[in-house]
Design a protein around this ligand. Structure first.
Ligand code: ATP
Length: 450
């Protein structure tokens, strides 16, 4: 079962410390969120899982952490300065502003008036001044996607790692878009994180690699706990393709507010490397690029066997961390009615994503011996490097179980008087609520095996 509505998720996220509205004590900043003690763990776990599958589990992808502040030249030749905009209309009646595609039948979605301005493009990039003089010429952008600095570093990475085609460069990091209509909780925000891979291939082999990455990314989301029922592949129609794309498949997820894009997998052709290259006329570039007289690098690859030099094509799987989190929380959210008629809320997160892996709970919060034994156990398990382990010293076992069910902790360990005698404790499973008596060695073996 997934959550039935967004309100359940928003309320759980606030109550338990996953997600807060940013600058809330001053009324908040629209479309910007902060991630609390559990949110940061869930995010980090999701990003680690992606990084592992993209880099550690393969031999053909390298990582990168490029700057957020981006030279305007990069975003000029990427096409963002000219095309990264939404058409906006203003309602002369109620003064609201919205994206023109929201004005169904030419009517204002807020008041229904037809007295609207003509659509005007609105650039989604945040501009900022770099350096001490603010005379309007020293500006840079906060990157609207992590991809562009991967392209500008193509040669650096190629030369420093001696990779050959096909190979990829992966990056996780913040991106910023001044969205006209942020909303749906963390679905559409102005500051977010992307997990992007740019996978460089030989022209002509791009279609098969595109298909490969669509399937690979689909099954990765299933491994994160997303149900096949709610995740569909959508071939984006030609008319809706971005300026750089030959073909795009969107992974569409059934969010609580509707079916929308979770990740896009695009065949960006030779547009990006071709756009950022000097001496473009020396190479065959299939994409329509603007002439570049400002770059000082040729972003090309020379095949050492054939001696052929060409501009590779690129396949890009691009996923949002926040949309991933929202989908995963939605999938994991469960409400059960227990035999005693009480309601139990639990997050059935995959253990590798759970913010807390194990909670160690002393039966009596003021019993020195029990508490210090519990601390010892906590330290031992923490030493296994499985992620966060907490000592939950509230003295109320029922309350602690309820809390850890709600935040998705897979295992709770209760330390009691018998523990002091025989080094064993009660292990409770989140999903089945089954309890078993177990000793530390057995538990460590189980953790190491999983
Ligand atoms: P949409 O059509 O929903 O605005 P997009 O097609 O502009 O999305 P891309 O440019 O393909 O999105 O970005 C890749 C991924 O980055 C998206 O699939 C999404 O997961 C994430 N993303 C993009 N914009 C936002 C945003 N404003 N808030 C949160 N995540 C975003």
């Amino acid at each position: 079962m997934a959550s039935k509505n967004m309100e359940d998720l928003v309320s759980l996220c606030k109550r338990r410390g996953f997600i807060f509205q940013s600058s809330e004590i001053y009324g908040g900043l629209q479309g910007i969120y902060d991630y609390g003690p559990l949110g940061v763990e869930l995010k980090n776990n999701l990003k680690s899982s992606w990084w592992k599958s993209m880099i550690y589990d393969r031999d053909d992808v390298e990582g990168l952490d490029a700057s957020i502040l981006t030279s305007r030249h990069v975003l000029k030749y990427s096409g963002h300065e000219d095309t990264f905009s939404d058409p906006l209309v203003d309602c002369r009646n109620c003064k609201n502003r919205f994206r023109s595609d929201q004005a169904t039948d030419g009517k204002c979605p807020a008041c229904g008036s037809s007295d609207l301005t003509e659509p005007r493009p609105f650039n989604l990039m945040f501009k900022t001044t770099v350096g001490p003089v603010d005379d309007g010429s020293n500006y840079a952008y906060l990157r609207p996607e992590t991809a562009q600095q991967i392209f500008t570093n193509f040669k650096n990475i190629l030369d420093s790692t001696s990779k050959t085609i096909p190979f990829g460069i992966a990056q996780i990091g913040k991106a910023f878009r001044n969205e006209v209509t942020p909303g749906k909780f963390i679905f559409r925000v102005r500051e977010f994180e992307q997990m992007e891979l740019e996978f460089f291939v030989e022209p002509g082999k791009d279609d098969e690699w595109h298909k490969y990455w669509v399937d690979k990314r689909y099954s990765w989301w299933i491994d994160q706990g997303i149900s096949e029922k709610r995740l569909k592949k959508l071939d984006v129609e030609d008319a809706d393709l971005s300026h750089y794309s030959k073909a795009t498949v969107d992974l569409m997820y059934e969010f609580p507010h509707g079916v929308e894009e979770l990740e896009g997998i695009a065949n960006r052709t030779d547009f990006d490397l071709g756009s950022h290259s000097k001496n473009q006329e020396d190479y065959q570039i299939d994409a329509k690029v603007i002439k570049n007289n400002e770059s000082n690098e040729k972003l090309v690859f020379t095949d050492s066997e054939t001696n052929e030099t060409y501009i590779p094509y690129v396949i890009e799987p691009s996923a949002g961390v926040e949309r991933g989190m929202l989908a995963i929380l939605n999938e994991a959210y469960n409400e059960e009615v227990l035999e005693n008629g009480k309601k139990r809320t639990l997050l059935k997160l995959k253990p590798h994503l759970s913010p807390v892996k194990v909670a160690v709970i002393p039966l009596k919060k003021n019993d020195e011996k029990i508490v210090s034994y519990a601390k010892e156990i906590k330290k031992k398990i923490q030493g296994l490097n499985i992620g966060r382990v907490v000592l939950e010293n509230t003295g109320n076992i029922g309350k602690s179980y309820r809390k850890h069910d709600e935040i998705g902790t897979p295992v709770c360990l209760t330390i009691d008087f018998d523990s002091l005698e025989n080094n064993s404790f009660t292990k409770r499973d989140r999903d089945t609520m089954k309890q078993e008596r177990i000793d530390i060695e057995t538990l460590i073996k189980q953790i190491n095996k999983s």
